[in-house]
Design a binder for this molecule. Structure first.
Ligand code: GLN
Length: 477
């Protein structure tokens, strides 16, 4: 087993390890576990082995990139040129990507090896990976339970050692919630920190590509490579990209006392599992004992977060998903059609899953002439209020801490047919996407039911280094 990229690199450079062995280790685990877990939709075996030889040579010549030694899996909504890309949807089955996402290009340039593409909820819509057109992903820690979603394949692959780290996308919690369910660090960056070019759009003003890792160091090293300005994405920020790895190491919270807020409404929430609540209260107590300044503050908008998120993201999705018409590319209905419109209707009815259809319809409704003001425009205003209130908190505090999820990983089918009970999974995570701030889920405990859970840190925009350093600190408490 490999614990971190630095460890692998150390061995590779000291000639104690061959990169091919590393790739074979992960391939071996994929062949052992993937049939049952269903994390990978496709494995790029030959390519990965071939690359390992090329990069091995570069290592010997001391010409290898910063990520040499990294074996990464990518969520199946991130474009990789000449490779299939489906967003776990039937509508894109057999579609081949014509270009690579900026994050993919940047990682490949630094000699990362992409080992395969990972299952997820269809178009990243869901919280359990039960919405994939290609089957559920099982939680490697208890196969009767879900991995969370939508980046379910990503967390399962890392958790079962089928790759070293994985990239996913977080629109409302899709990196953090499954990380909490699978005992990983799940980072969501500041909106605009990482280019979205080549990420299949779900809700463009929320989406961020981010890593899921077993440790903070790997997340920092990858973030250093994938972040930064990009001419292909006007929303990618030109804010300087620091050396995250070095910066994270340089924070010393035993000397520097922190001001931390915790949101009363989240900790007092009636749905929050008792053991998770107690763990958070203990962490608060420990931090106070270490001399940090902690204070509970009121956040009166908690009940508005999920509705605001679902109005805005479905609106954006209804527009983003309009391109899947069977005419431009991918799936087209072969049933006899009366005319073009009829063919488009048949294509979309046959190939989109139930949840995706529900969101397209909801989004179209909230944007329609008669309801625009009542829903879409109102939700935009509420988003602004949430943003302002959050910024107010950060005037006085370094971080906010709160739960990632109300419970540990649940069982398949447990949420039933009512979509709202699934949407409530996002209660503690969507806030960060609505405000565009960075957030991270930190693995902190094990429940008496045997499952892990994380707690979340929110930080001001572009404070990723300090937030990751604090995540490490919390993890080691
Ligand atoms: N669970 C949320 C949703 O279904 C978040 C999804 C995501 O972050 N991609 O929309």
């Amino acid at each position: 087993m490999y614990n971190s990229l630095k460890e692998v690199q150390h061995k590779l450079y000291n000639k104690n390890l061959q990169l091919e062995e590393v790739v074979k280790f992960y391939l071996g685990n994929i062949y052992k576990h993937n049939k049952e877990i269903n994390a990978f939709l496709e494995i790029f075996e030959e390519e990965a082995l071939e690359k390992s030889k090329i990069i091995q040579k570069k290592i010997l010549e001391k010409k290898a990139g910063k990520l040499a030694g990294l074996v990464v899996g990518i969520k199946d909504n991130i474009c990789y040129k000449d490779h299939k890309l489906s967003a776990s949807s039937k509508i894109l089955e057999n579609f081949t990507s014509l270009f690579s996402a900026t994050v993919v290009e940047r990682m490949l340039k630094e000699d990362a090896i992409i080992i395969g593409r990972l299952n997820c909820d269809e178009f990243a819509m869901g919280s359990s990976n039960e919405n994939s057109a290609f089957g559920n992903v099982k939680n490697p820690l208890d196969k009767t339970r879900v991995t969370g979603g939508s980046s379910g394949g990503s967390v399962a692959a890392v958790s079962a050692d089928m790759c070293m780290i994985a990239l996913g996308s977080d629109t409302g919690g899709s990196v953090r919630q499954p990380s909490s369910f699978c005992n990983l660090f799940g980072l969501k960056t500041t909106y605009g920190r990482v280019s979205r070019h080549g990420l299949i759009a779900y809700a463009s003003s929320f989406d961020q590509i981010s890593p899921m890792t077993k440790n903070i160091e790997d997340a920092a090293l990858v973030l250093e490579v994938i972040s930064g300005k990009d001419n292909f994405d006007a929303t990618a920020s030109s804010e300087l990209v620091p050396n995250y790895y070095d910066e994270v190491k340089n924070f010393d919270f035993s000397k520097k006392k922190l001001k931390i807020a915790y949101l009363k409404e989240t900790i007092e929430h009636k749905g929050l599992d008792k053991e998770i609540k107690n763990k958070i209260l203990n962490i608060i107590k420990d931090l106070k004992n270490l001399g940090h300044n902690l204070k509970d503050i009121e956040f009166p908008y908690l009940d508005y977060l999920v509705p605001t998120y679902y109005v805005l993201t479905t609106a954006e999705a209804s527009s983003n998903l309009a391109r899947y018409d069977g005419i431009h590319y991918a799936y087209r209905s072969s049933k006899k059609s009366k005319n073009l419109k009829d063919n488009i209707i048949k294509t979309r009815s046959e190939a989109f899953g139930k949840e995706v259809k529900r969101r397209i319809m909801t989004g179209t409704f909230v944007l329609s002439a008669g309801y625009y003001d009542a829903y879409y425009s109102k939700a935009q205003k509420v988003r602004r209020l949430i943003f302002d209130k959050t910024m107010d908190i950060f005037k006085d505090y370094d971080f906010i801490i709160l739960p990632t999820t109300a419970t540990t990983a649940f069982k398949f089918g447990e949420k039933g047919e009512n979509p709202v009970s699934m949407y409530l999974e996002d209660l503690f995570t969507v806030h960060a996407n609505l405000a565009g701030i960075p957030a991270i889920s930190v693995p902190v405990g094990k429940h008496s039911n045997g499952m892990p859970f994380g707690i979340q840190i929110y930080a001001p925009h572009f404070h990723e280094s300090k937030m990751m350093a604090f995540a490490n600190y919390l993890n080691n408490l």
